[in-house]
Design a protein around this ligand. Structure first.
Ligand code: C5P
Length: 236
């Protein structure tokens, strides 16, 4: 898959989203649609973005019993988009069924939808993971373990932090996709993220796809922020 930066369209309405894209000349760039926008606008937001040629990552992070996830994925597959995802913590059966749903729902469509699994959210730190989720060991060990499970379950890659990407590639395969949020141009503004990194480090650590929200959407000039991130990422 082509290395890309997906802009997280974390807005509430299509109107707000469209104004942002038009005003800052971001037409046609890869975008990520999350729960906030999708739960308000539904599939028509995807149709509108597709009509404007945006590659799309629909970030709904499914996590339910296997048959429910399979049927939901079958429906989502008909949207014919680039990337969909589930939580790896849903387990092997759930991920296998998610894949089956995509395959059965996408026949006859043009795109080969990539299915990826969220490992440990980038907003979580080691202490929270150990104490609140009762997952022992380090974040790195858990993300690598969940990535191996995701690969065995037929996923095309994982969502992880930049810091875990090299070990995940090593444990899975270099072609196993690492999709990395938590990107910041400077490390000073974390917002609610814990495991952050700059675009330069993302490239050094072999991230395949960067997901960038507030570093672009809250910038004085979102277009320049996008360009700067792209440049840093491509410069190595
Ligand atoms: O604003 P920021 O760049 O932190 O936004 C990151 C985006 O990536 C958000 O839309 C968030 O939902 C998403 N995301 C994440 N961590 C994950 C999976 C998705 O931050 N593990």
């Amino acid at each position: 898959m082509k290395p890309s930066i997906y802009i997280a369209l974390d807005f509430t309405t299509w109107k707000e989203t469209d104004e942002f894209i038009q005003m800052h000349q971001l037409q046609g760039l890869p975008v990520k649609v999350g729960m906030e926008l999708y739960y308000r606008e539904g599939p028509r937001v995807i149709e509108k973005l597709k009509a404007n040629n945006h590659p799309i990552f629909l970030d709904l992070k499914l996590h339910d019993i296997p048959s429910t996830v399979r049927k939901a994925m079958k429906n989502l597959a008909t949207l014919d988009i680039d990337i969909l995802n589930v939580h790896a913590l849903g387990g092997r059966k759930m991920m296998e069924q998610a894949k089956e749903g995509i395959l059965s729902g996408s026949s006859g469509y043009q795109k080969e939808t990539k299915l990826i699994a969220v490992t440990i959210l980038t907003s979580m730190n080691q202490k929270e993971m150990n104490l609140e989720l009762s997952l022992t060991g380090s974040i790195l060990a858990n993300t690598v373990q969940l990535s191996k499970l995701a690969k065995e379950s037929g996923m095309d890659g994982v969502v992880c932090s930049v810091h875990e990407a090299p070990q995940i590639k090593q444990a899975c395969t270099p072609s196993f996709l690492t999709v990395t949020p938590g990107i910041r141009l400077e490390e000073s503004n974390r917002h609610d993220q814990e495991r952050i990194a700059t675009p330069r480090i993302a490239r050094q650590n072999s991230s395949d796809i960067l997901v960038v929200g507030r570093s672009i959407t809250e910038a004085k000039s979102p277009y320049h922020a996008y360009e700067q991130i792209n440049k840093e990422w491509e410069d190595k």
